[in-house]
Design a protein around this ligand. Structure first.
Ligand code: B12
Length: 443
């Protein structure tokens, strides 16, 4: 995201009518709060529009709107509604619209406060006592065929393309429905089919003309859990800790018999004396995209620009899927006989998970720092982390591999301030300065 001071400077100098902020991953949510505060401080009164995958009306009402009193903040679910919203904010109906919005956001805030008070969270100690206890033995742990890190460059895109999950591709275009049924859909079928045809044509160009390059970097290491942390060891010398993944534990009060999960539960505790393993990966299919996007944008060709970005994103996800299969069947080798169709892969009908920092089981984006260091990803494949921990090139995915047969995806849910302080202490970070990374998870 463009820094707040630049946004405000441009708004004043260029006399803009409206500012719009878009947030894809949670670190940008806090930056939005900062922009709102800075707009207030600069005495601006123009409307502030909020949108993007991680934003919501509740977040806008509870966290942003109150900081910008001089102007109106509005959450817009769909960018195509911006024109109508801006017309309402700047046109004849302005006063009524703003009054209604303010009342609506006030209602959301009070409802949120009541709901928050009613929802009970466990203290950290009690949640930890209710951890998941798994069996760690020869039938649940397989020593990887390969240990250490590996870098793959110029990966064959024609192979990766077979692993594309097309359903999210259509979502990018606001066409909702499952692929391939969406192509026959009564309402969006015609549009979806045209789009799919264009996508196939561009995909062939990407492959044959080598428009994009795909790279991957992964590692498999011995590991053990120590409380909610996962210690990752040097394969040549288990006494050397290469990195520690700090996981967060669910604190919601569970039904009888249901555990409070943390990813660390899927790795054998150090105290068991059993050696377990973990994997890590960073992949990107976005190398080479910038010059092509610039060329499309110079021609004001938004359609092909969005199409190319969406295909690069699909290839990055497909590469993550392909690499995970390679890990299971070859490099780790705990599922050497696995044969699954693309549909079965998309349905995750396999053993093991690959949670990505930022996804619901591990919403802590900061964990990407340790992951990148462990794999030396920036040096090895030139994927970097921005100040707000977004990956660059954008068409990139990173995460962990867990192989225990009972490892599963889950949502962390809300956590208490106690756990935020705890995780900051475990990372040797000042809790006050780092609260912003956890604010969207806080109860
Ligand atoms: C496609 C996608 C990707 C693509 C990249 C997308 C991109 N080019 O930026 C790929 C596969 C590369 C990817 C990677 C990652 N992703 Co992702 N991704 C998605 C996904 C599936 C769809 C997002 C999308 O493009 N939607 C289509 C567009 C059109 O919708 P949209 O962005 O919401 O925008 C609409 C509205 O919000 C609105 N709008 C948006 N902006 C604005 C601005 C204004 C002013 C207005 C008025 C309106 C408006 O208008 C748009 C049209 O309706 C979402 C899940 C989801 N269903 O939303 C996860 C999601 C955004 N990803 C997520 C995560 C965590 C990641 C990774 C960090 C995972 C990882 N560790 O690898 C990486 C980060 C990549 C990076 N570069 O840093 C999380 C973020 C959650 C969080 N807590 O931060 C999500 C929400 C998934 C989830 N459920 O957890 N991702």
């Amino acid at each position: 995201m463009v820094p707040a001071d630049k946004i405000i400077k441009a708004a004043i100098e260029e006399n803009v009518d409206v500012i719009g902020l878009s947030g894809l991953i949670t670190p940008s949510l806090d930056e939005m709060v900062h922009v709102a505060k800075e707009m207030e401080r600069a005495g601006l009164n123009i409307p502030l529009l909020i949108g993007g995958a991680t934003t919501s009306k509740v977040h806008t009402a509870v966290k942003i709107e109150e900081h910008y009193k001089k102007g109106q903040t509005v959450h817009v679910l769909d960018a195509s509604r911006s024109v109508t919203v801006v017309e309402s904010l700047l046109g004849q109906r302005k006063d009524n619209f703003v009054r209604e919005l303010k009342a609506d956001y006030e209602k959301i805030r009070s409802h949120h406060a009541k709901h928050r008070a009613a929802k009970e969270l466990l203290d950290l100690n009690t949640a930890r006592k209710n951890k998941l206890t798994l069996a760690f033995n020869d039938s649940t742990i397989t020593a990887p065929q390969f240990l250490g890190t590996k870098t793959l460059k110029q990966i064959d895109l024609s192979e990766i393309a077979n692993f594309i999950d097309w359903t999210p591709f259509f979502q990018t275009w606001e066409l909702h429905g499952k692929f391939p049924a969406i192509l026959e859909d009564e309402i969006v079928g015609v549009e979806a089919s045209k789009l799919y045809k264009d996508a196939q044509e561009m995909l062939q160009m990407i492959i044959s003309e080598k428009w994009l390059e795909a790279r991957a970097c992964f590692g498999l290491f011995p590991a053990n859990s120590v409380g909610d942390d996962i210690e990752i060891y040097n394969p040549q010398n288990h006494a050397e800790v290469l990195g520690v993944q700090r996981t967060l534990r669910q604190q919601t009060k569970k039904a009888e018999g249901q555990p409070n999960l943390a990813l660390a539960d899927f790795i054998a505790p150090k105290s068991s004396g059993v050696t377990d393993y973990i994997g890590a990966f960073v992949v990107s299919a976005g190398f080479g995209i910038d010059t092509l996007i610039e060329a499309y944008e110079a021609q004001h060709d938004d359609y092909n620009s969005i199409l190319l970005k969406a295909l690069a994103d699909r290839l990055a996800e497909a590469l993550a899927e392909y690499l995970h299969m390679e890990i299971r069947c070859k490099y780790w080798g705990y599922a050497q006989t696995e044969v699954l169709s693309n549909e079965e892969l998309i349905a995750e009908n396999y053993r093991g998970i690959r949670p990505a920092p930022g996804y619901p089981a591990c919403p802590d984006h900061q964990e990407k720092i340790g992951l990148f260091n462990l794999l030396n990803a920036t040096q090895n494949i030139e994927v970097s982390l921005t100040e707000n921990l977004a990956m660059f090139p954008t068409a990139a995915v990173s995460g962990w591999y867990f192989a225990h047969p009972d490892a599963k995806y889950f949502g962390l849910g809300k956590i208490t301030e106690e756990q935020v302080i705890d995780i900051c202490n475990r990372k040797n970070l000042d809790p006050k300065e780092n609260q912003r990374w956890y604010s969207s998870m806080l109860h």
